[in-house]
Design a protein around this ligand. Structure first.
Ligand SMILES: NC(=O)c1ccc[n+]([C@@H]2O[C@H](COP(=O)([O-])OP(=O)(O)OC[C@H]3O[C@@H](n4cnc5c(N)ncnc54)[C@H](OP(=O)(O)O)[C@@H]3O)[C@@H](O)[C@H]2O)c1
Length: 312
């Protein structure tokens, strides 16, 4: 019974799918690795006419079984839809696939969800535009199992028209953020978020190692103490961000001079037999900022030691 219902709605979806840019626009997915096949499956599950292509064609079989249309030739995959979503290993692979198809790209929207550098995104954007297509670069901040949930965040930059036309289609994949017309912005912000994550993970392993030096179990410490503490600390970030934007770092709660007066964390770590090498670089920066005369500032002023100074 359910199967019949599903089939009926599927047919209707196919009928609706004629309108370009509508929520049910036909979609082509190029690259069916772990990520690409999850993207394609999401479009199929949402009733999009979905065409798929992969260098190794066998990987399309499962998706074809679910209702996707498997293109043998890349040219057919490109011709099938107004929007092409490409998710392959790297930009070299993406370029290798698209280069021979350059005459077929005119009028298309190319959404490149392959991970790369800001420079690669800019170069790809220029190349795509030069062949008469609109370009959107995207950074997927999620693993395949999160795709199609709100927890999958995808950053986009490039053609605003393309983004607005296909926003509803792209939002099938998760929560999307459009960052601006320069294609470099998505990969740059992707890396910035990962940098924030690794900083936090570095703090996490040090904290667990320090508490664990007297036998505290990582799991208890993490869920009972560390996570609530970090959540409270995260709530101070908007104020720090405001200080960075305004350049007014005057300390309200805790001055750098007070925080960097003693390397208690480093010293106690060493006494406990724990390496402080994830914490040490941050402490060095705090000390340097105090030595340079900014002891009255809040922690956020440490950014002045690492950021690119605006040219004036
Ligand atoms: N998986 C994740 O958790 C995750 C998260 C965020 C972002 N990403 C990004 O998503 C992209 C794809 O990741 P993935 O996990 O799907 O990787 P994957 O499972 O290793 O799949 C790689 C894909 O790239 C294709 N490919 C590689 N070299 C190629 C070439 N020279 N020509 C044509 N196709 C080529 C492969 O085709 P074959 O099947 O023929 O080898 C396959 O479709 C990467 O840029 C990755 O950084 C992945």
């Amino acid at each position: 019974m359910n199967t019949n219902l599903k089939k009926t709605s599927h047919v209707n979806h196919h009928h609706d799918a004629k309108v370009n840019g509508s929520i049910l626009a036909p979609v082509t997915v190029i690259g069916l690795g772990a990520m690409g096949s999850k993207l394609a499956r999401t479009f199929v599950n949402n009733g999009h006419v979905t065409t798929v292509w992969n260098r190794t064609p066998e990987k399309a079989a499962e998706l074809v079984g679910l209702g996707a249309s498997g293109a043998t030739e890349i040219a057919d995959a490109i011709a099938a839809s107004p929007i092409l979503i490409i998710c392959v290993l790297d930009y070299d692979a993406a370029r290798h696939i698209l280069e021979p198809m350059r005459e077929k790209l005119s009028g298309k929207v190319v959404v490149n969800l392959t991970t790369g550098t800001p420079e690669e995104a800019r170069t790809m954007g220029t190349w795509i535009r030069n062949h008469g297509a609109e370009y959107l670069d995207g950074g997927i901040m999620a693993v395949p199992s999160l795709i199609a949930t709100p927890h999958a965040v995808i950053l986009y930059s490039g053609s605003q028209t393309a983004y607005e036309t296909y926003k509803q289609v792209l939002e099938r994949l998760g929560t999307s953020h459009y960052l601006g017309s320069d294609p470099a912005l998505a990969p740059l912000n992707d890396l910035a978020l990962l940098s924030g994550m690794y900083g936090m993970f570095g703090g996490f392993i040090h904290a667990v190692a320090l508490a664990g030096s007297e036998g505290t179990k990582a799991e208890d410490f993490t869920t009972t103490l560390l996570m609530p503490f970090l959540q409270a600390m995260i709530s101070t970030m908007p104020e720090m961000a405001k200080q960075i934007d305004t350049g007014d770092y005057s300390a309200k709660d805790a001055s750098l001079a007070m925080q960097a007066a003693h390397d208690t964390i480093g010293e106690v770590s060493r006494v406990q037999g724990v390496s402080a090498e994830t914490f040490a670089p941050i402490f060095e920066l705090m000390k340097r900022r105090v030595e340079e005369g900014y002891g009255g500032d809040d922690f956020a002023s440490v950014i002045e030691l690492i950021r690119k100074r605006p040219s004036s």
